[in-house]
Design a protein around this ligand. Sequence first.
Ligand code: AMP
Length: 216
Amino acid sequence: MRVIFIGPPGAGKGTQAEVISREKGIAHISTGDILRKHVAEKTELGKTAQEYMDAGKLVPDEVIIGMMETRLSEKDCERGFILDGFPRTVPQAEVLDGLLRRLGISLDGVVLFVVPDEVVIKRLSGRRVCKSCGAIYNVHSKRPSEEGLCDKCGGALYQRDDDTEEVIKSRLEVYKEQTAPLVDYYRGKGLLIEVDASGESSAVVKSILDFVEGKK
Ligand code: AMP
């Protein structure tokens, strides 16, 4: 199974990708997670990426493309993958097409997470993430059993720097301007499926799996 998840920030792409990748034994590749690791480790790439991320802007295509060419060639991608947060611009999608061709593989589908802005703003401002394993919680809808601690690994939960109201608004604008054009790009290739992502997480997972498995 090889799929791309597209949708505004806070649509639940990371949460659903976590569940499906575990269930299917495939790689969950989140460019945001890879970038945050670079920032935490203060690598050269991380230093370049940080100012864009803090402002809610996209990191330049050339940085992302180099990083993803390496990642997609790794062994764990052979069984399949979910791309969460990549591609985010049409040039990134075009490079991905070329890369998949070179690797001799094709996509099963592109899932568009449809969710209203007000839901996104509420979700993102309540989101908390585990510092150790990246598991996602929410103060409104998915609290850990012990306040501030991850149920899975006991790690400390934190709020991402870009989950503040001002940066959330900028991320939504960036999504509409730079990422939304991918919807037509993939619709034109007959790969797009739209999922209502404002409801229950289990229903979202089910519609994604029904679609991908139904196609095989
Ligand atoms: P995310 O965790 O997917 O919300 O990504 C967090 C931030 O990382 C974004 O706001 C961007 O600054 C950056 N980022 C993640 N993926 C990409 C990408 N494919 N292209 C450019 N910037 C990205």
